[in-house]
Ligand binder design. Structure first.
Ligand code: KG4
Ligand code: ZN
Length: 333
């Protein structure tokens, strides 16, 4: 019955979770609101707030799980990728806690953890499966052969899908992070009101920078004709942009699923919280006879439960890290 404490601090959420024998008993997430004033995450501020939040988040996670410090068998933490200053807080905390308690430590790749979040639920995907991982920094189609044997078969050549959401919202004058707001307004608008181009990229790769420019020019030109254009059309713009981003993602995922002949298809990362994407995948899956795995909302955006569950599977394999391990801002599988 291994008890794993999971720590996540790669970007702007400080999170701690307790996993007992593969079951998540707590998942505490301290969000940072300070960045809203700046229109994006300010790395230096993020690491300072992590320092304030990390101890209370861990205490709360232990309390919620009704687990004592002495019950913990190992500490799993996000090693990367992410903001170095943010990662340092979680990595340093995990190492010091483990050192003080004489516990082993387990390093986790954040992008793999987003995918392994699917092993928290009762209904788990079977290997091999395909996962579309869409976050603020990544857009990947991953062939998941085993818990820690994953291959990126397609990825963005420039911006990530979440970035496309966030940059669109910035152009529209909405606060950061814009993804959830685009989602909210899109539900009230007409997705066919405006047409945005679909980039023609070979294989299973993506590109979102052309779309961003097309949106920028579209808004600029229309605001020049009507200064009230954004206010009068906000819901239709959000619905049309969301529809295009979702179709770009699902068309490539569909292409990859056909090419690999795989029917277990999963979604992961912050953008998997998007209503249009969740519904779109389910519809496509119903049409193609896929088993679709769509994470619970709390496991879409950054959380430590995915770190704790990934830590559990590494614990079973006996794969531990050394105390001299350092965080990595860039990290591949
Ligand atoms: O995985 P995540 O929490 O952090 C990274 O590792 O990047 O993903 C954050 C991204 C942001 O770009 C945010 O705008 C987007 O996920 N996001 C959404 C929604 N919720 C979060 N995008 C669209 N619709 C949402 N409901
Ligand atoms: Zn993430």
């Amino acid at each position: 019955m291994p008890v794993i404490l999971g720590i996540e601090s790669s970007c702007d959420d400080t999170s701690a979770s307790v996993c007992v024998d593969g079951k998540i008993l707590s998942n505490v997430i301290a969000n940072q609101t300070i960045h809203q004033a700046y229109g994006g995450v300010v790395p230096e501020l993020a690491s300072r707030v992590h320092q304030q939040n990390i101890v209370p988040a861990v205490q709360q996670a232990l309390f919620n799980a009704k687990v004592r410090k002495n019950d913990i068998d190992a500490v799993a933490f996000t090693r990367g990728p992410g903001l170095l200053g943010s990662l340092l807080v979680g990595v340093s905390f995990a190492k010091s806690f483990a050192l003080a308690k004489g516990l082993p430590i387990i390093d986790i790749n954040h992008m793999q953890a987003h995918i392994l979040a699917h092993f928290i639920a009762e209904k788990k995907p079977s290997f091999p499966f395909l996962c579309l991982t869409v976050s603020g920094g990544h857009t990947q189609i991953v062939l998941v052969k085993d818990y820690f044997d994953m291959e990126i078969v397609g990825q963005t050549l420039d911006d990530a899908a979440g970035e496309a959401m966030d940059k669109t919202s910035k152009i529209l004058g909405l606060p950061y992070p814009g993804g959830p707001l685009i989602d909210k307004y899109a539900r009230l608008g007409n997705p066919d009101a405006f047409h945005f181009p679909e980039p023609q990229i070979p294989g299973f790769d993506f590109s979102f920078s052309g779309l961003k420019t097309a949106i920028l020019y579209f808004i600029r030109d229309n605001v020049a004709l009507n200064p009230n254009f954004i206010n009068e059309n906000l819901t239709d713009i959000c619905a049309s942009v969301e529809k295009r981003i979702v179709t770009i993602l699902l068309n490539k995922l569909n292409k990859a699923a056909q090419a690999y002949g795989i029917k277990d298809i999963a979604l992961a990362g912050g953008v998997s919280a998007n209503t249009g994407l969740r519904q779109g995948l389910q519809q496509l899956g119903d049409k193609n006879g896929w088993n679709c795995f769509i994470p619970k909302m709390e496991y879409c955006t950054d959380n430590a439960a995915m770190i704790a569950i990934a830590g559990y599977y590494k614990f079973l394999k006996g794969e531990f890290a050394n105390q001299n391990i350092a965080p990595l801002a860039r990290m591949i599988f």
